[in-house]
Design a protein around this ligand. Sequence first.
Ligand code: COA
Length: 213
Amino acid sequence: MSEDLITGVAPLGEVGPVADLPFAPVQLHVRRARVGDAADLARIVGHADVFPHTLQMPYADEEIWRTRLTDMLEPGKPDLMLVGEISLNGGPAHVQGMAGLHQAGPQLRRRHVMSLGICVHPDGQGQGLGWALMAALLDYADRWAQVLRIELHVYADNERAIRLYESLGFETEGRLRGDSLRDGEYVDTLCMARWHPSPPRLPATRPASSNQL
Ligand SMILES: CC(C)(COP(=O)(O)OP(=O)(O)OC[C@H]1O[C@@H](n2cnc3c(N)ncnc32)[C@H](O)[C@@H]1OP(=O)(O)O)[C@@H](O)C(=O)NCCC(=O)NCCS
């Protein structure tokens, strides 16, 4: 999937070029994050209706995101951080969501495993951006990045996110009791994971005898 394929995903569930829709108020675009997105990422993650649903801390900061992005964008780093932009009626694009794939651990034997995180600013939610970001990350993982297993943690009461993950092939593998402190309370999280639905294989080689006909 090219990044432009995501462009034109318009109101919930309708996928297609914007030009084919009778009216297309919303245009979505997914691209790799740049260091210059740091302020937008801090704005999204720092929103009071976003960070409590993640493992992020209060007081998100642009400089911290600048450092993180700089580190992730070093050549050879396995991380992929995408941002999702929304434009209205062909107007300017605003970054309203982000999603990342990160190495699950340093162990050689877990090279095939990556962890996933996602969040969308409340102003951008419910317009297909979360789905578009997930679809782009999964396409990258399945077809380009040698990833077989993708893991994530989600709060057990985050029904919207759980539905989104399940719709894209994630399964719940366990419940961790009191796993995270959220606004003064220990709350449960679910471990979810998705195994590559059809791992790439070598093309079948023709037997030598079939060339000698
Ligand atoms: C969870 C979250 C990422 C979802 O993002 P979103 O942009 O609001 O989600 P979408 O608009 O893509 O909608 C997802 C829904 O649309 C469906 N959908 C959207 N576009 C679709 C498409 N093109 N094709 C099929 N389904 C689509 C999804 O399956 C899902 O269905 P639902 O209505 O049953 O929920 C977002 O609400 C969020 O960031 N919340 C706060 C932070 C958070 O919870 N992060 C996750 C931490 S684990």
